[in-house]
Design a binder for this molecule. Structure first.
Ligand SMILES: O=C(O)CCC(=O)C(=O)O
Length: 276
């Protein structure tokens, strides 16, 4: 398995603002991680669920393994260098035959990270296809400024504010179909969204959002991150703990604080707020 990005992959990322698919684990490894995630979901619904989708890597060993996975970090290092912090993770779960979807948006709009050069690794734990609502990226849109976003708070829209860019030109759209164990990498300004899951199986991906250089600043004040590779000479982020058990209840309080702060950042200036 090729772990690092090729020269061609790197130039595709620079040109398109997205590169995929990148195989970062065998399907059997992804299946095993999925089984452990679903077991935690079943046993601790108060900790992992639609309203509790953020930053579960602070309490679940299976997600901690993903965020520290060498193959993922080797690829990220090719794009942002050897010193890497990870600010948040989001479990994007689309239930079978659900209307849940994601409208076109740019991640950097509300994340408060400057400069806007961070990136997201989206890891497929199930297959992600056109039928079950894979992510659709607009190639080259990372070169645009932040576009106007309208907060819709749409019922089936699983973005925080249901934020939406209208009239997106889809001529350069790319459907990111992935097998379990593959990932995509996208730039914080790349316009993307995803449709509903029309199949009878769950579509599960985890967005490691965002990987950034430690010199990155949070314009809204304090923020949290994990140093996942290299060193941090800047100290811009309060560092988080790693789980010591399959489900580490000792870290629940810390994760709650991180998620409260994340909501303050993502909903800054919004008229309402959801539970995630
Ligand atoms: O999982 C999805 O469908 C959307 C993911 C997304 O918006 C993101 O990773 O930034």
């Amino acid at each position: 398995m090729v772990m690092k990005l090729s020269v061609d992959d790197i130039s595709r990322y620079q040109k398109d603002g997205v590169v995929a698919p990148i195989t970062v684990m065998q399907p059997s490894v992804a299946n095993d991680l999925l089984r452990r995630l679903e077991s935690a979901e079943n046993s601790f619904p108060e900790l992992i669920g639609p309203e509790k989708r953020n930053n579960a890597h602070y309490i679940l060993a299976c997600l901690d393994e993903i965020v520290h996975r060498k193959e993922i970090l080797d690829a990220v290092e090719c794009l942002i260098g050897p010193d890497i912090v990870l600010t948040n993770t989001v479990l994007f779960i689309k239930e079978p035959n659900s209307l849940h979807h994601v409208t076109y948006h740019q991640d950097a709009t509300y994340m408060g990270l400057e400069p806007q050069t961070s990136l997201t690794a989206w890891i497929a734990l199930t297959e992600s296809t056109r039928e079950n609502g894979c992510v659709r990226m607009i190639r080259g849109s990372h070169r645009l400024d932040i576009q106007q976003h309208i907060d819709t708070f749409g019922e089936d829209n699983i973005l925080t504010r249901g934020q939406q860019i209208e009239d997106v030109d889809e001529e350069s759209a790319l459907d990111i179909e992935l097998e379990p164990g593959q990932m995509s990498l996208h730039h914080a300004r790349t316009i993307h969204g995803s449709g509903p899951n029309k199949t009878s199986d769950r579509r599960i991906g985890i967005a490691l959002q965002s990987f950034a250089h430690p010199s990155t600043r949070q314009v809204h004040g304090q923020d949290y991150a994990l140093l996942v590779r290299g060193s941090d000479e800047h100290g811009n982020f309060t560092k988080g703990p790693r789980p010591d058990a399959e489900v580490d209840l000792a870290n629940v309080g810390f994760r709650d604080r991180v998620n409260t702060r994340l909501s303050e950042i993502l909903y800054a200036g919004a008229e309402k707020q959801r539970g995630y």
